[in-house]
Design a protein around this ligand. Structure first.
Ligand code: GLC
Length: 441
């Protein structure tokens, strides 16, 4: 058993920390302009102008099965889809709004097709739900809202009733958790209870910000748990639940609770190229090595990894996303054993320079990820007497090793009692970040 205990939380996280790797999917009207999912507010687009996307939205090549198959092939075990993003557009057939996919030329309930298809592939199903809503008439204009700089913004804000909007969210969460089968994750996004910004105006309700009190987050979460008590909920509704979600950066150590310093259940979310929605002209696509490094880095410090795809407005994964997913597919095909059911290695193991360690939760296998390929030998201290057998994980080829020795090194080195030296082939194997699987005694 792994020695690490995480802070107890209301939801059920055992399956989650086993599965480790999921797919985030950001899809919405913003896939059409294809220049950031925040475009409505970034470019202050008026409602009348944004409406054209709604009127034309038709992802004619959308195939939920194809999405599910590529997630599965990449080694992902669960997915989280934006059922509604900040623009307010709903990808599901909600009874509480007309601003929904079934009223576009596409006409189908995409959330249903997604949930069914992913479940059929054996993947767990998660829903992202934006707390922010730049379409709803009761959502008060605030520091992030597209209308915040309009000449008549103050006028426009009059009569907006946050209580009505909070009720709308509860109703939609009820729909999402009752009409689509077993939902495993509810990913709220996001809160900004205070901000320092010149965009905040005196007339703005709640000081131009929003947090748990405005969302009525306690009620909202209670509503969700009354339907699905075990569901995993993130912390972004401004109330601590199950999941800490560092975004677009790689923590350097296991994420800890802000106050108690306990280890927590966490999930790093990342993009292939920077934005979450499909962004046609973005040139910042991560290299294959970066993609693999990030997955390994995350699991090596006890985290989950949620990698995002932003499908094109025609509903398919663009060639760059496919290429990136293929990188995971090729790697996971041979190396998934060092990811699933794995966590940070016990403290007795120190990663040699240029490596990361993961360990199976039963403690029996140690995985040495060669992030920087070593030349000829890999020394590992405090290891003598612990290794039964070692092999490359990708091809199961034996890695010879010797113990308590320094014979491989240049003159002057003395034998070290605790040392294991792995003999590494000088020709680097044809895989990114080769993994040595160590069978521990
Ligand atoms: C941010 C962004 C958003 C994205 C999310 C994913 O909070 O607002 O566009 O959906 O992060 O983590």
């Amino acid at each position: 058993m792994s020695v690490y205990q995480t802070r107890k939380t209301p939801g059920r996280t055992d399956w989650f920390v086993h599965d480790r790797f999921g797919m985030f999917i950001h899809f919405g009207l913003y896939s059409m302009p294809a220049r950031h999912e925040w475009i409505k507010t970034n470019e202050f687009i008026p409602e009348e102008k944004y409406q054209k996307y709604f009127e034309l939205f038709n992802p004619d090549l959308f195939d939920a099965k194809a999405w599910a198959k590529s997630a599965k092939a990449a080694g992902m075990k669960y997915a989280v889809l934006t059922t509604k993003h900040h623009e307010g557009f709903c990808l599901f057939d909600s009874a509480y709004t007309d601003y929904k996919i079934t009223n576009t030329p596409f006409g189908r309930d995409l959330v249903r097709e997604y949930a069914d298809a992913f479940r059929a592939e054996g993947l767990r199903v998660g829903f992202y739900y934006s707390l922010i809503d730049w379409h709803h008439p009761d959502f008060p204009i605030d520091v992030l809202h597209p209308r915040r700089k309009d000449a008549n913004a103050e006028e426009l804000d009059k009569g907006r009733d946050m209580k009505k909007y909070a009720l709308y969210m509860r109703n939609q969460v009820k729909e999402l958790l009752t009409n689509y089968g077993d939902i495993d994750i509810l990913w709220f996004d996001f809160s900004y209870p205070s901000r320092d910004s010149s965009d905040i105006k005196p007339w703005m309700q709640y000081g131009g910000c929003k947090g748990k009190d405005q969302w009525e987050a306690e009620e909202l979460i209670k509503t969700a748990r009354s339907i699905r008590p075990d569901i995993i909920i993130d912390n972004r509704a401004d109330i601590e639940q199950d999941l800490w979600t560092p975004e677009q950066y790689q923590p350097m150590e296991w994420v800890k609770h802000e106050k108690t310093k306990e280890l927590v259940t966490w999930e790093a979310c990342h993009t292939f190229s920077g934005s979450w929605g499909y962004y046609r002209d973005e040139q910042t696509w991560k290299s294959p090595k970066m993609l693999i490094d990030m997955l390994i880095n995350t699991v090596s410090i006890g985290g989950n990894f949620l990698m995002n795809v932003g499908p094109t407005s025609r509903g398919y994964f663009d060639y760059r996303a496919e290429k990136a997913l293929k990188v995971y597919e090729d790697w996971m095909k041979y190396n998934s054993r060092s990811i699933y059911g794995c966590t940070m290695a016990d403290p007795e193991f120190t990663a040699p320079r240029g490596t990361r360690l993961t360990q199976s939760a039963d403690g029996k296998r140690l995985y040495i990820h060669l992030i920087e390929y070593p030349y000829a030998f890999l020394e590992m201290h405090n290891m003598a007497g612990k290794v039964n057998y070692a092999q490359f994980l990708h091809d199961g080829s034996e890695i010879l090793f010797s113990e308590k020795t320094s014979e491989h090194f240049s003159e002057g080195r003395t034998a070290s009692d605790d040392l294991v030296v792995f003999n590494i082939p000088q020709i680097e194997p044809h895989v990114i970040d080769p993994v040595i699987e160590v069978f521990l005694k």
